[in-house]
Every structure is written in structure tokens, then in C-alpha cells.
Write a protein that binds this ligand. Structure first.
Ligand code: ZN
Length: 168
């Protein structure tokens, strides 16, 4: 199976063991799902083992690629042509199980959405709004008292008016 070479998002590949950056998508050539690897043309913080080992292929020969920081084996470099995996030869085949990746522009936490102290701000807002509603209640009580006074005055005036009318 020839690898997929479709356009991939801008990604950073790092060692799963220590999170050191080992390559990125600008070096990406293809991926071979059946080999659980991605093929890159270059990397950083990695070195190629000086000793070659046989692969499962009868004539296959490869070298290990290890992380310079923690020493973990992160992939292989095939010296021989692999059937159906032409790009694997002489490039770096990074083991997808030995690395992690980060897609650029994929931030999980946005400063504008989750401000430190957001809860504190919420508490302050709540306190302010409950103070507002207390003021409002007080004002309503005052208005009700005033309204009652006005109603009483109207009644009083009406009674006086009636008394005057009767007097005539
Ligand atoms: Zn590492």
C-alpha cells in the first residue's frame, strides 16, 4: 500500500517519552498505516543508531532512530527498499506509538474565554446585583407608602368635598 500523501495540517511531532520536539509537518512525506509510522525527511533531537538490524523482510535492513533527550526509540530508517513502501527507504519512519503530535492553532484554552479569577468576577457581579435588587425592593416599599398616603389624601378630600356639597 502506498502511503497517503494528502495535505496535512501544520503539526509538531514530539517524543512520547519526554515531549521533546522530534520533527514537524514541513518534513512530512507520507504515512504508512500498516507500519504504524509516518515518514519524514528530517528531524531534530534525534539520532540514528550506528548498528543495523534485520527487519522482518528477508533482505531488509534498518537502523533505529532514538530521541536524543530520553533515549527512547522513536522510529526506524530503512536502508533497503521496502515493497509497497517506497518512501520509507532512507527517510525517517517515525513510530506513531512512540510519538505525540500537536496541531498548530489548536489551543484548548483561550485566554479570552477562561480568565483566571472568572469565578471571583462572577461572585462580585452576584453581590452587586443582589445589592441592586435590595435597593429596588426598598424603593418599591417607599413608593407603596407614598401611594397609600396619596390615596388617603384623595379619600379625605373627597369626604370634605361631599360634606361641603351637603352643607350647600
Ligand atoms: Zn524523548
Amino acid at each position: 500500500m502506498e502511503g497517503r500523501t494528502k495535505q496535512m495540517p501544520t503539526m509538531v511531532f514530539s517524543c512520547a517519552g519526554c515531549n521533546s520536539v522530534i520533527s514537524d509537518s514541513t518534513e512530512y512525506l507520507c504515512s504508512y498505516q500498516d507500519m504504524s509510522c509516518i515518514v519524514v525527511a528530517g528531524g531534530t533531537n534525534i539520532s540514528i543508531s550506528l548498528t543495523s538490524t534485520r527487519t522482518s523482510d528477508p533482505d531488509g535492513c534498518c537502523q533505529g532512530i532514538s530521541c536524543n533527550v530520553c533515549g527512547a526509540v522513536v522510529g526506524k530508517r530503512y536502508a533497503t527498499e521496502l515493497p509497497r513502501h517506497s518512501l520509507a527507504r532512507n527517510n525517517f519512519c517515525l513510530d506513531v506509538n512512540a510519538m505525540s503530535s500537536y496541531t498548530l492553532g489548536n489551543s484548548e484554552l483561550r485566554a479570552s474565554e477562561a480568565q483566571p479569577g472568572a469565578l471571583f468576577q462572577q461572585a462580585a457581579d452576584d453581590a452587586a446585583s443582589s445589592a441592586d435588587s435590595r435597593k429596588l425592593e426598598q424603593r418599591i416599599t417607599e413608593l407603596e407608602t407614598d401611594l397609600l398616603k396619596v390615596q388617603n389624601m384623595v379619600l379625605l378630600h373627597q369626604e370634605r368635598l361631599e360634606a361641603l356639597e351637603l352643607g350647600i
